[in-house]
Write a protein that binds this ligand. Structure first.
Ligand code: DCP
Length: 540
């Protein structure tokens, strides 16, 4: 449900940066011979050449689209290079993409508050950097403006007679008589240009950006001119932009709310919303949504850029469509074990790099009863306290699955234990870890945390009492990129050993923690090493 937030009083400078054809760029960096060639990345599923998940711009010129399968893409572009997404444990392994996205985030975060919005998208609040530039080296004081900045698109700016667009952009950027908002925006244009050039230099990736006074407008602008370009929305151009923007293109209006606005109020563009009073919109859609709609019609959005470089949760999932649906407990357990292994690795990495622990383990699944495949009954998502160590996560996840399956079958009146009844099919499995918090410095709280999960023991008989119904499955069902995944920081280390860098002063505390861990989980130990490093290892 959209929530209206008041716009902040001063002008803000917000950028939305989006990497171009991201997975393709990552694969082209791995294999430079693919650069400049029509290229696409295909899913791990070879049916009809695999589904395309990323299409390079050269391939787009031939009419290749993401909705196609590899075979169709070859029909429209016979020379297309199809690269399969990397695979690990029998499923897509996205870690190289997460890592690549993190390289970019670490560069962008140098200039302002940074929110990683997806695997390849970042919001930046550049207000302070723009204010500082305006105070110290305002664009009007510059003799030369970077060529790349002059390629910027300024919405609503038209070339004057005889002036080429670069000259027009330069004039706009360097106006002495511009108001404060536009001057700040001009600084934003220069800062984002510099950041994009730095990203290219350090990572070889191109990205596109939108620069505006709020997140909503920055996001709309970043997709307007791709690849490797940037678009700015001056305040004076907001009305023109929204007047012609189809309602369904607006974030949060692509679904039912947008359809309702179209069908019930006859709204086709965001600008059409201006015809309705705030009271009328509130009466029809409720107080919050009504105000939010009234605001977006005017380009108003107070949503803050959250300082968030790390994920709120980690997840690993896989779908089993059509004939691949799982129908035995053994096959479910096999796949759950694979997913848990990946999750456990990511949790270790998060603990190692970011000193964070997750508290809640959740299992989501999609299922149907074989004699009732049209049923809309959902497999209930289940959660329990998370215990560290791959084997424990695997055991708890399997118990969550069994509890969910019993409940799912019970909803059809099937009373038998899931393992003795074969009339079910599983079409997707996903396991996630959430409620991630920093390890508190007080050993007491660490002890409490590591004691907590063991209180309910590890037997399957006791576990179900601790289950709680979990929040619904994220749209992607397996990998949610609303936040950064910590795999980006993972080092290549032998086995499952994880190194924790810390000062000598921390060692005593870590040893205490190790003792606690050892007591509770023999698969996990920390030992003091030389040169101020401790090693945490999780053995299965
Ligand atoms: N992705 C995916 N499945 C989808 C959509 C996207 O796996 N259905 C992956 C592949 C993309 C990456 O996410 O490279 C980023 O998605 P974008 O929608 O940002 O698209 P691209 O970056 O590929 O292209 P563009 O330049 O249009 O942003």
């Amino acid at each position: 449900m959209p929530v209206a937030r008041p716009d902040s009083s001063g002008a803000r400078i917000i950028a939305h940066v989006d990497l171009d054809c991201f997975y393709v760029q990552v694969e082209q960096r791995k294999q430079p011979k693919l650069r400049g060639l029509p290229t696409a990345v295909v899913q791990y599923n070879e049916w009809k050449g695999g589904g395309l998940i990323a299409v390079g711009y050269e391939a787009r010129n031939y009419g290749v689209k993401r909705s196609m399968r590899g075979d169709e893409a070859k029909e429209v572009c016979p020379q297309i290079e199809l690269v399969q997404v990397p695979v690990a444990r029998g499923k897509a392994d996205l870690s190289s993409y997460r890592n690549a996205g993190s390289e970019v985030v670490s560069i962008l975060a140098r200039k302002g508050r940074c929110e990683r919005a997806s695997i390849d998208e970042v919001y930046l609040d550049l207000t302070d950097a723009a204010e500082a530039m305006l105070a110290q080296t305002p664009p009007e004081s510059l003799d030369e403006v970077d060529e790349e900045a002059l390629k910027s698109h300024i919405l609503g700016l038209e070339s004057k007679d005889g002036n080429d667009s670069k000259a027009t952009v330069k004039e706009w950027l360097c106006r002495c008589d511009a108001d404060h908002r536009d001057k700040l925006l001009a600084c934003g244009v220069l800062i984002v240009t510099e950041l994009r050039m730095q990203v290219l230099k350090e990572t070889e990736f191109t990205c596109s950006a939108g620069i505006a006074h709020n997140k909503m407008l920055a996001k709309l602008a970043s997709g307007m001119n791709k690849p490797a370009q940037q678009t700015t929305v001056p305040f004076s151009s907001v009305k023109g932009l929204l007047d012609s923007l189809p309602i369904k293109k607006m974030k949060q209006l692509g679904g039912k709310l947008g359809t309702s606005l179209q069908n019930e109020l006859g709204v086709t563009t965001v600008g059409d919303l201006l015809k309705f009073s705030e009271d009328k919109l509130q009466e029809r859609y409720g107080f919050n949504t009504g105000t939010w709609l009234w605001n977006i019609a005017r380009g108003i959005s107070g949503e803050e850029v959250q300082a968030r470089l790390l994920p709120k949760s980690h997840g690993s999932g896989k779908s089993f469509p059509g004939p691949r649906a799982l129908k035995t407990v053994a096959s479910v357990q096999h796949w759950l074990n694979q997913l848990c292994e990946e999750l456990s690795e990511r949790l270790c990495s998060d603990l190692e790099q970011n000193k964070r622990i997750a508290h809640t383990l959740t299992l989501h699944a999609s299922a149907f009863k074989s004699s009732d495949s049209d049923s809309r009954k959902k497999f209930p998502s289940k959660s329990c306290p998370l215990r560290y160590g791959t084997a424990k996560i695997q055991e708890d996840t399997f118990n969550l699955f069994q509890a969910g399956l019993r409940e799912f079958l019970g909803s059809f009146g099937v009373k038998t234990q899931g393992s003795h009844y074969s009339g079910w099919r599983i079409t997707a499995l996903s396991v996630s870890a959430s409620k991630i918090v920093p390890v508190l410095s007080g050993t007491c709280s660490i002890t409490k945390y590591f004691n907590g999960p063991d209180k309910f023991g590890s037997t399957s008989e006791q576990l179900p009492d601790n289950f709680i119904d979990a929040a619904p499955l994220s749209p992607s069902g397996s990998e949610s990129y609303s936040t950064l995944n910590s795999t980006e920081l993972q080092n290549e280390l032998p086995g499952e050993q994880v190194w924790i860098e810390h000062s000598m002063a921390d060692l005593g505390q870590l040893e205490m923690k190790a003792n606690t861990w050892n007591r509770l989980d023999p698969s996990c130990s920390i030992s003091k090493q030389t040169s101020g490093r401790s090693m945490v290892s999780f053995r299965n």
